[in-house]
Design a binder for this molecule. Structure first.
Ligand code: G6P
Ligand code: MG
Length: 216
């Protein structure tokens, strides 16, 4: 039975996935490296430095470690300016209602985001009070699609993975959830997230009943 729901942040709780895309796009344009929304799908759920590697692959450009760190910082500085504008009105449709219902029904809520900016975004959204556990990506050795971050959140909530559901907008995230032994809800398209146990086009379609049915 359903004891906990563990959420990804970017693209699930709020549309910060769009800001990640815009910030990477500005960096790629500046380097004259081709980058589009299709390629961006591969960046979802993936750490900052791994994302940079994906952008630079086949670019013919090579950078030292220090230069790469400078590029990643440039992207993050730009991204941080964008997320300053986030307010509670930027919670994706239905998320506030869902988190409130989960709370009312005594179902635990956790966060499993690879983003170092997750705490800041939760603060901007005034959403921190809904989460009993926020896994620290700085503490995680292997990123998504490895299950580590979802397992960490479940452990923090003291709930066995088989009684958890994970919610993701990234293919790597759906793989991570399932590898953790949890059911995966995908928010997005069948092309990207066909492997999900339940696929929804939008967060507005998420209800506690649907989540409970998935574990029934
Ligand atoms: C999430 C996003 C990725 C992002 C990663 C790291 O997983 O889906 O697109 O690259 O977090 O975010 P950060 O804010 O630490 O650069
Ligand atoms: Mg995401």
């Amino acid at each position: 039975h359903l004891e906990a729901v563990i959420f990804d942040l970017d693209g699930v709780i709020t549309d910060s996935a769009e800001y990640h895309y815009q910030a990477w796009k500005t960096l790629a344009d500046g380097l004259d490296v081709p980058f589009d929304r299709d390629k961006n799908e591969r960046l979802k759920g993936v750490s900052r430095m791994e994302s940079l590697e994906i952008i630079l692959e086949n670019s013919g450009l090579s950078f030292t470690k220090a230069e790469k760190e400078r590029l990643a910082k440039q992207k993050n500085d730009n991204y941080k300016l964008m997320i300053q504008r986030i307010t509670p009105a930027d919670l994706l449709p239905g998320i506030a209602e869902l988190l409130t219902s989960l709370q009312e029904q005594g179902i635990a809520v956790g966060l499993a985001s690879a983003s170092q900016n997750a705490a800041l975004i939760l603060e901007r959204l005034e959403a921190g009070h809904w989460f009993q556990a926020v896994a620290d990506p700085g503490d995680i050795r292997k990123g998504k699609p490895d299950p580590e971050i979802f397992l960490r959140a479940a452990e923090m909530l003291d709930v066995p993975p088989c009684n958890c559901i994970g919610v993701e907008d990234a293919a790597a995230g759906v793989m991570a959830i399932q590898a953790a032994g949890m059911k995966a809800v995908g928010i997005g398209s069948v092309e990207q997230l066909g492997a999900a146990d339940l696929l929804l086009a939008s967060t507005i379609e998420l209800t506690v009943t649907k989540l409970q049915k998935l574990l029934a």
